[in-house]
Ligand binder design. Structure first.
Ligand SMILES: [Zn+2]
Length: 334
């Protein structure tokens, strides 16, 4: 197990360890793919490792190794455990009831040592009732129980819960850490660079993308639509946009398209075109006039703002194409 980046969170944890005051409940806030679960495992090691140096777990002893492999009986994947209880219930099944059974189980002493680390992923996906059920454990925690939660969206976590946990932000990795993580996963530097362009510093998203062998749908659609605009092939543009399945995807594709048009306009005034869509921006810049490109950009930005007002995804995709090509068709100048 290796931790990439997460400097702020690790520094805060280091301070807790140095003062001998590890919180009994932590919330790791960050996007999916930023390594929140890995950090949760690391925190479990901080609580349990017997060979620490300056508050840092050794990450290689038997305890640390079992935590990293998710086979330590006292580093509990609570989400999976509650689901297991739920599945084994005789109907009527009930998530809150399953959660209560799990919590009751946690009042027993830990198996191995003197501490149990209970990891709940996706606190923001829990209902108000479930969060309220958890509140009791973190308000009056048993001495041997420590809680680590993860969430993407803090606004969906109850204020009463937030006030009883210490929140740490889990950031995307910086570029150097990102490239190192890619190298450790056998990804060549050139490709790692491309992935950084596509995913920012989100290592999990990049690895997922690489494993799935594909491109992110909205980025692929935006690239194809931009190519179609540059070559005047309206049908190709329609095909690209219709491949998108949700309003969010169209919204994201329009965001990329407006960036491509903006870069194409900048290229008209001699600025170099760089980045993941340099090819598309370059083509548009060389084939269309500045006024047409400016209209295209304006149209993409307008459509971007309309993404969530049109309830029909297919109709809206078609409208996007027709309005983009409408913007190009006005070009007689230049
Ligand atoms: Zn250790």
């Amino acid at each position: 197990m290796k931790i990439y980046g997460k400097k702020r969170a690790l520094e805060a944890l280091g301070r807790f360890a140095a003062s001998g005051r590890m919180p009994h409940a932590l919330l790791l806030c960050g996007d999916e793919g930023t390594g929140r679960r890995t950090l949760a495992d690391y925190i479990a090691m901080m609580y349990m490792c017997g060979s620490q140096t300056d508050g840092r777990p050794c990450m290689s002893c038997n305890t640390c190794r079992r935590i990293a492999e998710h086979i330590h009986p006292d580093a509990v994947d609570a989400t999976a455990e509650v689901n297991r209880i739920y599945e084994s219930m005789t109907p009527p099944k009930n998530h809150v009831k399953a959660l209560r059974i799990f919590i009751a189980d946690c009042s027993k002493m830990p198996n191995d040592g003197d501490v149990r680390v209970i990891i709940f992923e996706g606190l923001d996906n829990m209902t108000v009732l479930e969060q309220n059920t958890l509140l009791k454990c973190i308000e009056e925690p048993l001495e041997f129980n420590k809680y680590v939660f993860t969430a993407s969206n803090k606004t969906l976590v109850l204020q009463t819960v937030l006030s009883r946990v210490v929140t740490l932000n889990v950031d995307d990795a910086g570029k150097a850490d990102f490239i190192e993580a890619m190298a450790d996963n056998g990804i060549a530097p050139g490709r790692a660079d491309e992935l950084y362009g596509l995913c920012g510093g989100n290592i999990g998203a990049a690895l997922h993308l690489e494993e799935s062998g594909g491109d992110i749908p909205y980025r692929a659609a935006a690239a194809k639509a931009a190519d179609a605009v540059a070559s005047g092939r309206e049908y190709d543009c329609l095909e690209a946009m219709l491949a998108l399945k949700t309003r969010e995807e169209i919204f994201d594709a329009l965001g990329v398209l407006s960036d491509i048009f903006a870069a194409a306009a900048a290229a008209k005034s001699g600025r170099p075109v760089t980045g993941a869509f340099a090819e598309q921006s370059g083509k548009i810049s060389s084939r269309l006039g500045l006024k047409a490109i400016t209209r295209l950009h304006g149209e993409a930005v307008k459509l971007y703002g309309l993404s969530f007002t049109n309830p029909n995804v297919k109709l809206f995709a078609a409208e996007c194409c027709s309005r983009l090509f409408g913007a190009v068709d006005n070009r007689q100048e230049n």
